[in-house]
Design a binder for this molecule. Structure first.
Ligand SMILES: [Zn+2]
Ligand SMILES: [Zn+2]
Length: 98
């Protein structure tokens, strides 16, 4: 469904995903979308790979202070599916054989 090596940012999807608050700490300032699996590493512009973070949580997510698993748990709750499913679908979107 998603071409493996396409690196186009899906602006519309990101706008649709945009929540007015940080999905981790619920702060309402400086909110930006974060790819759980970076686009550079093959992560897709798909809802289960995107989370809205405030600039502080965003920095923590990139420095490893906030774990990828934590983001995937939040996405799982938001999407109403299990963490395992989020993890599996993200890996699949990245082209892994899961
Ligand atoms: Zn935050
Ligand atoms: Zn990010």
């Amino acid at each position: 469904m998603f071409p493996k090596h396409k690196r186009i940012k899906n602006k519309k999807l990101i706008d649709e995903m945009r929540k007015p608050f940080c999905e981790l700490c619920r702060k309402r300032t400086n909110i930006e979308p974060h790819h759980v699996n970076t686009v550079g590493s093959g992560g897709g512009d798909i809802p289960i790979n995107l989370i809205q973070l405030c600039s502080e949580c965003h920095i923590k997510a990139h420095s490893g202070l906030i774990k990828k698993e934590t983001c995937e748990h939040m996405i799982a709750m938001r999407e109403g599916i299990s963490y395992e499913e989020v993890h599996r679908l993200n890996r699949k979107a990245m082209g892994y054989d899961v």
